[in-house]
Design a protein around this ligand. Structure first.
Ligand SMILES: NC(=O)c1ccc[n+]([C@@H]2O[C@H](COP(=O)([O-])OP(=O)(O)OC[C@H]3O[C@@H](n4cnc5c(N)ncnc54)[C@H](O)[C@@H]3O)[C@@H](O)[C@H]2O)c1
Length: 257
């Protein structure tokens, strides 16, 4: 039986670890050819080898999403290597500082915006010509529940994810005529290094921290990176061919309260 993403060529940013790595593995398992991009070269190459050992098709590329010329050149190389580009997962993201708004510096604000917002802009901008050439495509932006609700922390991060949700809806309206769909996935607390680092910085033990994050969720448990990856798989695959401009919450019920 063909995989759910059979034959599609998909670029994943920040694909070397965490949610991005789970997305790469799930897409490859479902028949996609995956371009893993990141700035963590060791982890990225190891993931490429792991996917290949499992019989999937993947290649790692060093790409910093904040550098437009690098994005442009790497996308050209991916199109050359794989022949086309059907999908883009804008997953690379950083949390940034956790201070109240009146203490955040301009530099701290700009750092988060550069990766989480400008990075999504650069990657979307440079993938569009390839998707037009392919007769359509699917872009999935990894936003966050933090783009929808406040939680008295990380102000630049909240702003950046709100921007990503707005960009998703607007780009969906711009590119529908080209058969290019643009959707967002909004994760709740998902067990990755990002969340582990927050717990360590807070001074809580890992177990206490995990419990605290799980308590945000109606379902009372943390989310696995693979749960986010299956939402992305749906949005990349043709199963969602009539879904665009949506914000798919994979938040264990956090925002239903
Ligand atoms: N973990 C969560 O609970 C959670 C919740 C909501 C949203 N998210 C979002 O999910 C996405 C993945 O986060 P994660 O939890 O896997 O975190 P992570 O820190 O484990 O992974 C982020 C990845 O992005 C890469 N990255 C960072 N800056 C980059 C840059 N300039 N260019 C290219 N790659 C870069 C990192 O190297 C890393 O591989 C992020 O956009 C994050 O905001 C995560």
């Amino acid at each position: 039986m063909p995989g759910r993403a059979e034959g599609k060529v998909v670029i994943v940013t920040g694909g070397a670890r965490g949610i991005g790595a789970a997305i790469c593995e799930v897409l490859a398992r479902e028949g996609a050819k995956v371009a893993i991009t990141d700035i963590l070269d060791k982890e990225g190459k190891e993931l490429e080898e792991k996917i290949r050992r499992q019989g999937g098709i993947a290649k790692y590329y060093h790409m910093d999403v904040t550098k437009e010329s690098e994005v442009k050149d790497v996308f050209a190389q991916i199109a050359k290597d794989f022949g086309k580009i059907n999908g883009l997962v804008n997953n690379a993201g950083i949390l940034g500082v956790n201070k109240p708004t009146h203490e955040v510096t301009e530099e701290e604000w700009d750092k988060v915006m550069a990766v989480n917002v400008k990075g999504v802009f650069f990657c979307t901008k440079h993938v569009i010509p390839y998707m037009k050439e392919a007769g359509g495509g699917s872009i999935v932006n990894i936003a966050s529940v933090y783009g929808l609700i406040g939680n008295a922390d990380v102000p630049p991060y909240h702003a950046s994810k709100g921007a990503v949700i707005a960009m998703t809806k607007n780009d969906a309206t711009i590119y529908a005529k080209d058969n290019i769909r643009v959707n967002a996935v909004c994760p709740g607390a998902t067990w990755t290094k990002m969340v582990e680092d927050i717990i360590i910085k807070s001074g809580m033990s890992i177990e206490e921290g995990k419990k605290a994050f799980a308590s945000f969720h109606l379902l009372g448990r943390l989310i696995d990176p693979e749960d986010q990856a299956y939402a992305v798989l749906y949005l990349i695959s043709d199963e969602s061919k009539n879904v665009t401009g949506t914000t798919l919450l994979v938040d264990a019920g956090w925002t239903a309260k």
